[in-house]
Design a protein around this ligand. Structure first.
Ligand SMILES: C[S@@+](CC[C@H](N)C(=O)[O-])C[C@H]1O[C@@H](n2cnc3c(N)ncnc32)[C@H](O)[C@@H]1O
Length: 256
């Protein structure tokens, strides 16, 4: 077994995260730079240290998960969601079941609620938001962001749903109340079913082809017929028909 394989086995035992399903060259590069900075010589030494040191484990999780996000990321896509996808979904149902998968620090699920609030009162909006990383979930619940995370937020939305606190912006409680956070690993955990909309953006790029294939099958099962999967702007699905998807718009797939 190579030292990276031993590392993968150890991390899987300790955390349930299977690094073998993440693109290897990219992951190795990120982790090598971390352990070298900390003064370890190889993956085996690094694993031993991680097993003992909770802070180092948190740093490792931070490095492997890449949590960058922003509100209204790729703004044009959110206009399609607002002007085309939500009206379509709301034709058949006024209570939408929505999942923001790999939500990071909360910008994405809060954006979903802000956009949907143009069609429905907030009291009728519920979004499930999940991530593998408990640290980002804590930050999401806090809902405090630097100005640069809001660069794409339309001005009226900024006025309506944020409170400025020094150089930070806080999401108002009325928006926070629409989002429920839960820890969830897309590779291991059960998926609920009957979703109208699943938003999963900017995480599939880190997975191997095999892992992506499994996840798209599971998303397809989790959507109701006619439900929509919204993916990231570099994450077009190659041959969507194999998962029972039709293209609804660029980066939006409809379950048949
Ligand atoms: C780059 S962020 C994307 C955030 C947001 N979806 C967006 O597009 O702005 C990727 C997120 O995927 C999460 N992640 C990585 N592996 C995961 C897994 N196996 N299951 C669930 N979330 C995962 C990371 O913790 C990180 O918060």
């Amino acid at each position: 077994m190579s030292d990276y394989e031993q590392f993968i086995t150890g991390i899987n035992k300790k955390t349930g995260i299977n690094l073998a399903l993440y693109k290897e060259a990219q992951m190795k590069r990120r982790l090598t730079s971390l352990y070298e900075k900390k003064g370890y010589r190889d993956f085996v030494e690094f694993l031993l240290a991680l097993e003992r040191d909770r802070d180092l484990m948190n740093e490792f999780l931070d490095r492997m998960t890449i949590n960058v996000s922003e509100f209204y990321r790729n703004g044009k896509r959110w206009e399609i969601l607002r002007n085309k996808i939500f009206p379509l979904l709301l034709q058949s149902n006024k209570r939408l079941k929505i999942w923001s998968a790999a939500c990071s620090t909360g910008e994405e699920p809060y954006t979903i609620s802000m956009v949907l609030s143009e069609h429905l009162p907030l009291s009728q909006i519920q979004v499930l938001a999940t991530d593998l990383d408990e640290n980002v979930i804590q930050k999401a619940k806090l809902g405090l962001y630097p100005e640069r995370s809001l660069a794409e937020v339309p001005n009226d939305v900024k006025m309506k749903y944020f409170i400025q606190e020094g150089s930070f912006f806080k999401v108002k409680d009325e928006i926070k109340r629409t989002v429920n956070y839960k820890k969830h690993n897309l590779l291991n955990d059960q998926y609920e079913s009957n979703y109208d909309l699943i938003v999963c953006r900017n995480v599939m790029i880190y997975f191997t082809e095999e892992a992506k294939d499994q996840i798209y099958h599971k998303f397809s099962k989790a959507l109701r017929p006619g439900g929509i999967l919204f993916v990231g702007s570099t994450e077009q699905i190659f041959n969507p028909a194999q998962y029972g998807f039709e293209i609804e718009d660029t980066f939006f797939y409809r379950k048949k």
